[in-house]
Design a protein around this ligand. Structure first.
Ligand SMILES: Nc1ncnc2c1ncn2[C@@H]1O[C@H](COP(=O)(O)OP(=O)(O)O)[C@@H](O)[C@H]1O
Ligand SMILES: [Mg+2]
Ligand SMILES: [Zn+2]
Length: 555
């Protein structure tokens, strides 16, 4: 007998053989039992998760000589022909290659005849989203008035591309991707049936490479069996599949923990010289960090972990080196890096940059802990009573007993917490630096060009950052913005601002877009904000100025 590919050889033949789609199969079984099979079904889901198999099982269940039944015999002519895909009454149409109106017309023609032999005429249309609009319309007519004893099963990987009219005529089943355990177990089963010896590591590598598709898993198994024979060897399997060795992923993670940037760069160099595809590595590392995150939050035994049993403990221990927040941040950075890598002409640079970001991300103080400094402050009243608390250490949430003590405390990118504000500070008389500077600018301008100075009375806000002075005007004050924008006026502004601020500056005049952007608040609100101890603490902590005040009480 000729060689039959594993994926086809192990196609499920009854509902209970279908792995991981219980929701679908139970509903279909119930429909058969209660004689309530619909006229149209949509089976959506990724490739290789059981859509076609389930469609054929449904067809067999209805048309088996012993049927309708939940367990088609698999031996009668109907069952045999359906399984082989050549039944006269069960037609499989690939919409990807028969997209047009002619095929659907032909189909509508066929639909009108009763089944030649079986109980039902079944049409399985694969990749149905590929049909042309015309063809869809023709199909819709049939779905609207389905001939008796006809059944349409529309399979698609992209259900969102189906017209609403078609969706609404059919019962929709979404097939899910299979999880690690489901694929692994099926591979084990198939290996046993094929008398192939396979260790856990080999099957784990195949499982991970399949990314949720059982067909892909079985096709990959076919390939590694062809290379390894009846005994699968982990190293060979990993090599074939281009799976990055776990040690390497672990080593990169440890280098990041040690904040050892040179070592991280060396590793990228090694990956590159050993011929790994860096995009592929990034994908693997995203998955690895995702698992660390799960291990850190849910523990080593979590079913959400996509790793073989014997690696769980090591992974969980590694995860304990980091805070949940670190890992979440790593994950975000890596996802972005992976995306960039795909389109990059210099994937190596992007990978290096991404990994270095991880090294540095560990040293950032979490925003929450900075903000918590201000939360304790009273809303109004006595300033100085709420001294800012020092921030919590960067990545040690209370529940990380296994965390190793660090030789050197994590350095902070944000400045150190300020001295406790003295209780005698007089906040009202101490003019805020922001307005001080604007007032000085206005005053200096008034000396030179009164018109310019009065334009600034209509500002909705201003900022001074990174050597740039930005004047903001509300839309209805655009007239003043336009006045400031001439070359001559800008020159004057630049020189005056430069003098007042004590450095060369760029000038930028922009309109406040209004949508969510700060609205100029009345002097009262500004006054209140100036006195607010939380604002004061913020200003000191971040060495910033209060550029705009938005009066929320007026919304
Ligand atoms: N849920 C599943 N249970 C068991 N085997 C499956 C499943 N999904 C896919 N397979 C395997 O993959 C092959 C292709 O599956 P198929 O039903 O054609 O997938 P789809 O139509 O979703 O692309 C099957 O022959 C079978 O070996
Ligand atoms: Mg299919
Ligand atoms: Zn049968």
């Amino acid at each position: 007998m000729s060689y039959q590919v594993i994926a086809r050889k192990y196609r499920p033949q009854v509902f209970d053989d279908v792995v991981g789609q219980r929701l679908v199969t139970d509903t279909l079984k119930n429909a058969i039992q209660t004689d309530r099979v619909a006229h149209g079904y949509i089976f959506s889901g990724a490739r290789g998760v059981g859509k076609t198999s389930t469609a054929r099982i449904l067809a067999k269940s209805l048309n088996c000589v012993q049927g309708p039944t939940l367990t088609p015999c698999g031996e009668c002519p109907s069952c045999v022909e359906i399984a082989a895909g050549n039944s006269v009454d069960v037609l499989e149409i690939d919409a990807a290659s028969n997209r047009g109106i002619d095929e659907i017309r032909e189909l509508r023609e066929t639909v009108r005849y009763l089944p030649a032999r079986d109980r039902y005429k079944v049409f399985i249309i694969d990749e149905v989203h590929m049909l042309t609009t015309e063809a869809f319309n023709a199909l819709l007519k049939t779905l609207e008035e389905p001939p008796p004893r006809s059944l349409f099963i529309l399979a698609t990987t992209e259900p969102h591309k189906l017209p609403a009219t078609v969706l609404s005529r059919c019962q929709h089943f979404a097939f899910r991707l299979l999880d690690y355990g489901e694929i692994f177990a099926r591979l084990e089963q198939v290996c046993r049936a094929e008398s192939v010896e396979a260790d856990e590591g080999s099957l784990a590598a195949v499982t991970l490479a399949a990314e949720g598709s059982l067909r892909d898993a079985l096709s990959l198994l076919d390939q590694v069996m062809a290379a390894c024979g009846t005994k699968l060897e982990e190293t060979k399997v990993r090599q074939m599949l281009g799976v990055v060795p776990l040690e390497l992923l672990r080593a990169v993670t440890e280098a990041i923990h040690a904040a050892d940037a040179p070592r991280v760069l060396e590793m990228v160099d090694r990956l590159s010289s050993e011929g790994y595809e860096l995009t592929h590595f990034a994908g693997e590392y995203v998955r690895f960090v995702r698992n660390l995150m799960v291990a850190r939050s849910c523990g080593a035994e979590s079913p959400l972990l996509q790793v073989p049993g014997d690696e769980r403990q090591a992974l969980a221990e590694l995860a304990q080196l980091f805070g949940e927040e670190d890992l979440t941040r790593f994950f975000q950075i890596l996802l972005r890096t992976e995306g960039e890598l795909r389109y990059s002409l210099e994937p190596r640079f992007h990978l290096e940059m991404g990994l270095l970001k991880l090294v540095h991300a560990r040293r950032l103080v979490p925003l929450e802990s900075l903000l918590s400094e201000f939360r304790g402050l009273p809303q109004t009243g006595k300033p100085g009573s709420g001294a800012p608390r020092p921030p919590a250490p960067s990545n040690a949430p209370a529940a990380s007993p296994a965390r190793k003590p660090e030789a050197e405390p994590p350095r902070r990118l944000a400045p150190a917490p300020p001295e406790e504000p003295s209780a005698t500070a007089a906040p009202v008389s101490a003019a805020p630096p922001a307005d001080d500077r604007l007032a000085s600018i206005k005053a200096a301008l008034f000396e030179q060009k009164k018109l310019l100075s009065s334009c600034l009375d209509h500002l909705s806000g201003w900022r001074f950052e990174n050597g740039e002075v930005r004047f903001l005007f509300a839309k209805d004050a655009s007239f003043f913005a336009d006045l400031l924008r001439s070359r001559e006026q800008l020159d004057t502004l630049r020189s005056v601002c430069g003098q007042v601020l004590g450095q060369a500056v760029k000038i930028c005049v922009t309109l406040d877009e209004g949508n969510g952007a700060p609205v100029a608040a009345g002097p009262k609100a500004r006054d209140r904000a100036e006195r607010d101890p939380a604002v004061e603490a913020f200003r000191k902590r971040f060495d910033c100025i209060m550029a705009d005040v938005k009066d929320l009480s007026q919304e």
